[in-house]
Design a protein around this ligand. Structure first.
Ligand code: SF4
Length: 183
């Protein structure tokens, strides 16, 4: 990983080899990502767990991760080249890649130096709007879940369910369209 400031530029051009989607299905989701994927697939969010998303509980905190088949993301299609089958609703972490966010509010991010498209192609800026949206959602995700766990004494899975139900009606696919790396 290489640390860069928010105003630094970097070169990047996607090689379409989907290395990021084939090297361990470890994309962490917020409740907002989950709702957008469910709406895009026209499914109840409960149908995504555990088939597409696994929930791990550690220290009373529920974490959601995209599932994989061997090391590949479950949403990666290989027909006619690599393709994300939920592209318009892909998680914020996928939208930001090869940028790897730091803690919300940090004045730096990381670049994943394993990405083969890094250091070639056009010069890019850190997409601050997309990054801020991601941080906002991460803050809101943990705020809601921890309120239910710590203040209301719910089990982690129940807290997750309640937090998802709370935001279901507010979340739309449109709000993330165009939030990606700036050309
Ligand atoms: S959701 Fe799409 S972009 Fe993200 S890892 Fe899976 S296939 Fe790749």
């Amino acid at each position: 990983m290489k640390k860069i400031g928010l105003d630094q530029t970097f070169r990047f051009s996607c090689t379409r080899r989907a290395q990021c989607c084939r090297t361990g299905p470890n994309v962490a989701l917020t409740i907002f990502d989950l709702v957008r994927i469910a709406k895009y697939l026209k499914k109840d969010w409960r149908e995504l767990i555990p088939t597409y998303v696994k929930v791990i509980v550690a220290d009373m905190v529920p974490f959601m991760l995209l599932r994989g088949i061997r090391d590949e993301c479950i949403f990666l299609s290989k027909k006619g080249g690599y393709k994300c089958t939920i592209y318009p609703a892909r998680p914020m972490r996928c939208r930001l890649y090869p940028i790897v966010p730091a803690a919300p509010g940090a004045d730096y991010v990381y670049l994943d130096t394993k990405c083969p498209g890094l250091w070639s192609g056009p010069e890019r800026k850190v997409p601050k709007k997309a990054l801020e949206k991601y941080y906002e959602e991460v803050r809101e995700h943990y705020k809601r879940i921890m309120k239910y766990v710590l203040e209301e004494g719910l089990e982690p899975e129940e807290a997750l369910e309640k937090a998802i139900e709370d935001i279901w009606d507010q979340v739309s696919l449109e709000e993330v369209q165009g939030l990606e790396l700036e050309p």
